[in-house]
Design a protein around this ligand. Sequence first.
Ligand code: ATP
Length: 265
Amino acid sequence: MSLQITSLTVQRQRRRIVEDVSLAAPLAAGSLTALVGPNGAGKSTLIHALAGLLPSGGQLLLDGASLPALPLRQRSRQVALLPQSLPQSVGLSPYELLLGGLLANGVGRREAEARIDAVLRRLGLLDLAMQRLDTLSGGQRQMVALAQVLARQPRLLLLDEPTSALDLRWQLAVLGAVGEDVRQRGAIGVIALHDLNLALRACDRVLVLAGGRLQADGAPDAVLDAALLRRVYGIAARIEPCSQGRPQLIVDQLLPESHPEALPS
Ligand SMILES: Nc1ncnc2c1ncn2[C@@H]1O[C@H](COP(=O)(O)OP(=O)(O)OP(=O)(O)O)[C@@H](O)[C@H]1O
């Protein structure tokens, strides 16, 4: 399975937000790709276009078939998006929410129950399964939303800043669980992230977006070098191995004179 992106352009209110994004190599089955870049770079817009929620120009091929041309029902079976917004705080339990979603998508009850048990276990959410959503914290609701998306077992998993409400432990747990999920199922994961250390630690590939354009693409520890961090984020920073040998981003200072390429307009 693969996702090829060629000359992708996305407009919003007649403004080009994503410009001519092409990948030299398709996103591969069983891989997790981080989409990083400054605020306003176009990450959410790109992710929504991949999900088919925004019209786009260019070509998006999932296993050689045009993704936007897939009938809605087929696309919603294959592609799942976790948006930035937290799920509504309703009077259902996570278990009921997940079960209702899977049954509505045509998954049989036994299969649905098995998937829910597996995903709640994988995310460490079994203790919360029967609590009402409107009694959960923001971070706990974000985890439930992720569980809902994972339980659908999509071939293309799109996550827009899924760790924004999570503490350090859960950020690591979520990235670990998502990586394990896509690798085991041979799915493709794309995850918009601000934390470059999470990208370094948990992702196979990183796409750097700034000003709506692709600035770099490759292995995280190769791509995120001092020159790119200076140019794209306007910071003096470097990647160095930590005492355990893992690459780690160290920020030395903000560079007042230079300005990152993309700012929210
Ligand atoms: N609904 C919208 N209508 C018009 N323009 C929009 C809309 N949503 C976002 N934009 C514009 O598109 C640009 C990119 O926004 P987008 O949310 O894709 O960036 P991002 O990289 O995800 O940013 P952040 O890291 O801040 O979430 C911004 O200039 C923003 O103002």
